[in-house]
Design a protein around this ligand. Sequence first.
Ligand code: NAP
Length: 261
Amino acid sequence: MLTSIAGRSVIVTGGSRGIGRGVARVFAAKGAQVLVAGRDLAQAEATAASIRAEGGRASGFAADVGNPDDVERMAAAALERHGGIDILCANAGVFPAARMMDMTLAQWNEVLSTNLAGAFLSVQACAPALARSGRGRIVLTSSITGPITGYPGWTHYAASKAGQLGFMRTAALELTPLGITINAVLPGNVRTEGLDELGEEYLASMTASIPQRRLGSVEDIAYAALFFASDEAAYITGQTLVIDGGQVLPESLTALQEMDR
Ligand code: NAP
């Protein structure tokens, strides 16, 4: 049983749907006050309203994490609404597919701006308040794609997700004197609106390649993030946790097939 996070102030970027909404719901269910951030205010507000309907404390905020002014306003809103920031879940991300040989610099920059610069800007904007918390926690949503695996069509995405980990390892050193930990969850394939947009064929082939034979749930990721945010994880910083149902383990297709023999 982890020490309660009741009353703690949490920002979840990309909290309006998918994994971020799952994180927001789980943290709110544990008594935290959650600022749900996304570019679409109506969607962020709708998610916050659904959390309040379940008895949680949450509000929506419109911010593009690739925009420094937006991210500063997001941190200021959490300070104003909650009186501080204890936990930042830097989760916002996009994964549009484009083959490397056809990719434009604009496509590359869009993904790097949101996924990598967005994480940096969110951390930078929230760090002063997280330091004042005395038990500041940052949880990045990276991926298995990039840090561990590859998939054609996602060179920009893979670079952004591996880049988050390089950023994290040095940021951990700079944030330690401020009493802040920073860690990353690395989801495999998690059933979200964003994943659904990749189509049934993709979902079926991914499910077949996962030893547990199911896609992850947003709660699978949220509880890993909750652990990194807990008092009990105070001595862990700059580390990663893969949550993938065993997806990265098989050496080959045969290894997967051998499981059923
Ligand atoms: P999703 O369903 O598409 O949701 C993405 C969320 O991020 C939405 O709330 C979206 O809201 C927000 N967002 C996108 N761009 C943003 C920006 N520039 N500024 C602020 N918010 C932004 O995606 P998901 O599947 O939950 O993925 C969430 C995170 O998990 C991403 O970082 C993704 O790379 C990572 N991940 C997902 C999987 C998976 O299988 N689903 C696997 C590994 C890693 P708005 O559109 O309103 O801004």
